[in-house]
Design a protein around this ligand. Structure first.
Ligand code: G3P
Length: 217
């Protein structure tokens, strides 16, 4: 499973990138707001920093305007994936931008039928929002599994990009059901390394090592 980082914070991306953990980055208008940065500048910096796809989201709601915004965002760097919402206008923009050879990430997906439409429109990525479905007592992970089945049934090449990942359990479940990609906040990716038995075991090893009086270096 590929790891995308869901942030527009350059330092957090750079830290994970140094460990080889970053296969791509996703941003959205809320993350741009949180970063306090200019969208064009920060997107360029991120795209220069990482090799993989960097999603940058349009804010127009009409297809023609989305297409224009998408072309401008895609012009920032070779590895930009234009992010469009899952509306009819967004699907139209997806189809046009895909036919121009650009990567498109269709976002705000909350049903398997929406994911099917995005694949038909030629999306590079579909972004189902797990956490927001869980928030309203639906099963976000069931949606990932349903999309996996549908895409595999018909050999769609659109990659499932699980988004709105809130916990390490979400990350595990995404890998378990075969999501192609998950995009998660840096703190979730870092938390995946944590286990209380690892901490406890390390403490015991270090205490015993101290008693040997030895040094390796
Ligand atoms: O990638 C989409 C993500 O940023 C949304 O996450 O936690 O706001 O639902 P959240």
């Amino acid at each position: 499973m590929k790891f995308f980082v869901d942030t527009a914070e350059i330092e957090a991306i750079a830290e994970l990138n140094e460990l080889g953990m970053v296969d791509g980055v996703t941003t959205n208008p809320s993350l741009i707001l949180k970063s306090g940065r200019d969208i064009l500048e920060v997107t360029k910096e991120i795209a220069d920093l990482v090799d993989g796809p960097v999603s940058a989201e349009v804010v127009a709601t009409e297809a023609d305007a989305m297409i224009e915004e998408g072309r401008k965002l895609a012009g920032i760097a070779e590895n930009i994936a234009v992010k469009v919402p899952l509306t009819w206008a967004g699907l139209k923009a997806c189809n046009v931008l895909t036919n121009e050879g650009r990567m498109v990430n269709v976002t705000l997906c909350f049903s398997a039928n929406q994911a099917l439409l995005a694949a038909k429109a030629g999306a590079t990525f579909i972004s189902p929002f797990i956490g927001r479905l869980d928030d309203i007592n639906l099963d976000g992970m069931e949606l990932i599994a349903d999309i996996r089945t549908i895409y595999d049934n018909y050999d769609f090449q659109t990659e499932i990009l699980a988004a709105s990942i809130r916990s390490v359990n979400h990350a595990f479940q995404c890998a378990h059901v075969g999501s192609d990609v998950m995009t998660a906040p840096p703190k979730v990716i870092k938390a995946m390394a944590e286990h209380p038995l690892t901490d406890k075991g390390l403490e015991a090893f270090l205490a015993d090592w101290e008693k040997t009086g030895q040094k390796i270096l």
